[in-house]
Every structure is written in C-alpha cells, then in structure tokens.
Design a protein around this ligand. Structure first.
Ligand SMILES: Cc1ncc(COP(=O)(O)O)c(C=O)c1O
Ligand SMILES: N[C@@H](CCCC[NH3+])C(=O)O
Length: 447
C-alpha cells in the first residue's frame, strides 16, 4: 500500500467518482444505479432522506478481506466492528457469512444476540465497560474481552468469579504509534484514552494469570480509523510481537493477537487501504509467532456499501458567496462532515445531470447551525428544487451516528439484496419522536 494517501488535491469529477465506486453506475434512462437498482425508484417509493445499503458490496468486501488473509497464508478471524453499522440486517448477514463481531456496549451485544450471532464469536472492546455490561457479556460467555486498564482487569476478575465463570481476556496495548489519521479518530497514541501503556503491559499480563475468573489468552491493539498507510500497522504489530516474545520468555502462554481495525477507504481521491497490504504487515510482524490472529474491520467493508439519498429543498443564491443547495438531509442524519470536516462524494440521481457543466456549489442541510454543511465549493451540475442527490460512502458511521436534533425524524433505511430492495427501517413518525417521553402532571391538571 502506498504511503501517499492522496494523489492529487483536486476534487474528483463525477466520472472519476463513478470510477472509484464500481457498485454505482449510470443508466441513460434511470440515472444513478446502486447494485443495479435505480436509486430514483427507491426515492420515489420511500422518499428522502433515505439510507441505501448494498448487501452485495458488503459481502464482496468482507470476502476480499478474508481472501487477502488466506492468500498471505494466515488463518485470521474477522470480527466485524458493529459500531460502524449496527442494523440487524447487517449483523444477520455477518452471522450467516460465518464472521464474528467486535462490540463496545451492552446494546451492541444485545443486537448481535437478536441477530443470532453465537456469543463465542463476540469480542468485547471498549475503554469503559459498565459492571452491568460486563455481567451480561461474561454471563453469556462472549469469546473474548479486550481489557483496557489495570482497574478493569480487577473488575472483570471479580465479576467472573461472582458468576462462577472464566472470562477469556486479552490486554489491549496502546503502542504509542501515530496512525496519521484525523485527531478525533486516532487511538494508538500514548496521549489517547485507549489501551494499556506498552511499558505496563508485561507486568499486568503476568498479574492476570494470578487473578481468579480470568483466562489470559493474549494481546490486542487498535490504533485508529481511516488509516491509509501500512507503516503504522507495521510499527504497532512489531511492538505487540516484541511483547509476545518477552512474556513468553518469562513462561507465560500467548495464544491470540487481535490486530484491530482501521483500514481506510477512498472518500475523495485517497488510495484505498488494501487488505492485501494489511495481511502482509500482519504476516511480516506476527506471522512466525504461532498465534491465532484476528481483525476488527468496520469502515472498510461497509463504508462504500452505503449511500444517503437526499432531495434539494431549495436553491439559495441571493447575496451569498455562491449558490447554496439546501437539502432535506442534515447533520442530524449524517454528522461526519460537521464533526470531522469529512469529504463525501455527491452524485446527482438524474440521468441528464451527468453531461452538464459543473460549477462550485455549497451543499448544506436545514438545521440551525452553520456547521450543518455537507460540502463547500463542490463542482456540481446545475441542481435545484426537487433535484435528488446521493451522498456516497455512508455505509459506515452514517445512520448509526444519527440523532433527532431539531426534532427531525430518523431517516428510512433500505437494503438491496440480489437486485431487490426492502425497507429495513421505516421513516420515524412524528409521534415516535416523543413516544418515550413523559410529562409530569401539572398541579392544576392542565398544561
Ligand atoms: C476497538 C475497535 N476495533 C475496531 C474498530 C473499527 O474501526 P474501523 O471502522 O476504522 O475499521 C474501532 C473503531 O475505530 C475500534 O475502536
Ligand atoms: N465515527 C468515526 C470513526 C470512529 C471509529 C470508532 N473507533 C468516523 O465517522 O469516521
């Protein structure tokens, strides 16, 4: 994998975006299609905003990861990171394909159980697992708990002992490696809250063998997300390998190394992270240790498998520095641009839009915050009221990060499978916005 994530600073043209997103095609009559389904047909039936997920793309990308590992001579367990997209349809597909999952909360664990994923295929990560969450996970017999602090080790030992269980644990190591990604999603630097400092890990691992209720099986690391270079992976895995060798030299058993997730995708013009290069890094640094390896990918398999459909409410130009397209989707639906200044491709749905000249356009949502902006100075064909667009690469960290800010109902979700599409989440109704709220009785009995 090249260490040059961005090959040009210019925004890709619509044609270039189509070339880097092979599951999206255009048809002269139907316009933009996703996995062979006209997106306009979905928008006509379901309305906008609407998330569309392609099961074929997800399946194909997971298989590519598995094949990359096998081709490198590695037997690697794939534990899909549920946080990227926790819809039951996704988890059910993951389970049926035989993969495991990486979870970070009791809620995610409950979803995996609802989707029928066996508890032994679950890895529980997270910097602050509550007692209730740990009791739930240990009681169910999850396959592995990645421990992130000395205090957590004691808590898990106490809970497992109380429940009469043995919890398989790894220590999540903070290798102090710069993943060279956005500051808000880097996790492997010493200053980050995640993992156990490298220098404390060997002693803590030894201590884990002395505590009741624990079965220490190895180490885990996860250095961040949207990583586009293999160098940080090499550096992190080399440190973990050093640790494995040193604790083994002191007579301790190590059976497992969990290599985390983080492989990046092409949003704009980045050279997408290649699972083959990740496999090569794992093989080079960890291949001779005779341990069971696993990875926890979220964004890579599912990010490109989703788009967010939206309609233009109106086009606002008067007195402004360039035209503003105000969409019916907003930061409450997709927060990544507001939160990380993330760049997401935008394609029109209409067939005729592709041949027209593009001009710089601002694309915003209707929420009452200037940060509710999807794109600035984006080269787009002339779009106006009722034009439809697709915001690309929203399969990961899209719908899962939605809120109902400004009392905006959660958008509908659709899954495409084998050329057929199904609504997998209805658009939230206004009543559902407040159905879980209660009003204290007013002393006079009236509001
Ligand atoms: C422990 C852990 N594993 C896996 C992931 C998945 O990361 P990504 O979606 O970048 O592959 C994350 C999120 O960064 C994480 O915190
Ligand atoms: N939410 C982040 C990724 C966080 C990864 C979680 N460990 C994003 O949208 O890029």
């Amino acid at each position: 994998m090249a260490d040059l994530p961005v090959h040009t600073d210019a925004d890709p043209s619509l044609a270039e975006l189509l070339a880097t997103h092979p599951h999206l095609t255009t048809d002269p009559l139907c316009g933009l299609m996703f996995e062979g389904v006209p997106l306009n047909a979905i928008a006509d039936a379901v309305g906008t905003p609407c998330w569309v997920l392609g099961a074929g793309t997800l399946r194909q990308r997971l298989r590519r990861m598995q094949t990359a590992m096998t081709d490198a001579g590695l037997d690697v367990g794939i534990h899909y990171a549920v946080k990227a997209n926790d819809h039951l349809s996704v988890l059910s597909l993951i389970g049926r394909e035989g993969y495991g999952v990486d979870i970070v909360s009791g809620g995610e664990l409950a979803r995996t159980q609802k989707a029928g994923i066996p508890a032994e295929r679950v890895v529980f990560s997270g910097v602050g697992k509550s007692d209730a969450e740990l009791e739930y996970a240990i009681g169910l017999g999850v396959g592995q708990i990645n421990v992130e602090s000395a205090e957590e080790l004691d808590i898990i030992s106490a809970i497992a002992t109380r429940l009469g269980k043995q919890a398989s644990i790894t220590l999540r190591i903070n290798p102090d490696v710069d993943a060279k990604t956005h500051a808000k999603i880097t996790t492997g630097l010493a200053a980050n809250k995640f993992g156990i400092p490298f220098d404390n890990a060997a002693a803590l691992y030894a201590r884990a063998f002395t505590l009741p209720g624990l079965k220490p099986v190895g180490f885990a690391t996860h250095i961040g997300s949207q990583i586009l270079s293999t160098a940080p992976y090499h550096a992190a895995y080399a440190r973990v390998a050093e640790l494995v060798r040193s604790v083994r030299a002191s007579g301790l058993k190590v059976e497992v190394v969990d290599c985390g997730g983080g492989l990046g995708i092409c949003y704009r013009n980045e050279v997408e992270g290649r699972p083959e290069a990740l496999a090569a890094a794992m093989r080079a640094e960890l291949g001779d240790l005779g341990v069971r390896l696993s990875i926890e990918p979220g964004r890579w398999p599912i990010g490109p498998a989703g788009v967010l459909l939206s309609s233009v409410i109106l086009r606002k130009e008067e007195g402004l520095p360039g035209p503003f397209l105000v969409l019916d989707a907003a930061m409450n639906d997709m927060v990544r641009p507001s939160m990380y200044d993330a760049w997401h491709g935008i394609l029109p749905l209409a067939p005729q839009a592709f041949g027209q000249p593009a001009t710089p356009t601002h694309v915003v949502g209707p929420v009452c915050e200037s940060g509710d902006t999807f794109a600035r100075d984006r080269q787009l064909p002339p779009l106006g009221r009722a034009s439809r667009i697709a915001i690309l690469d929203t399969g990961a960290y899209g719908a899962v990060m939605s809120s109902t800010y400004n009392s905006r109902p959660l958008a509908a979700q659709v899954l495409i499978e084998d050329g057929q599409w199904t609504v997998i989440r209805h658009r939230q109704t206004l009543e559902e916005l407040w159905q879980d709220e209660a009003m204290p009785a007013h002393p006079t009995g009236k509001v």
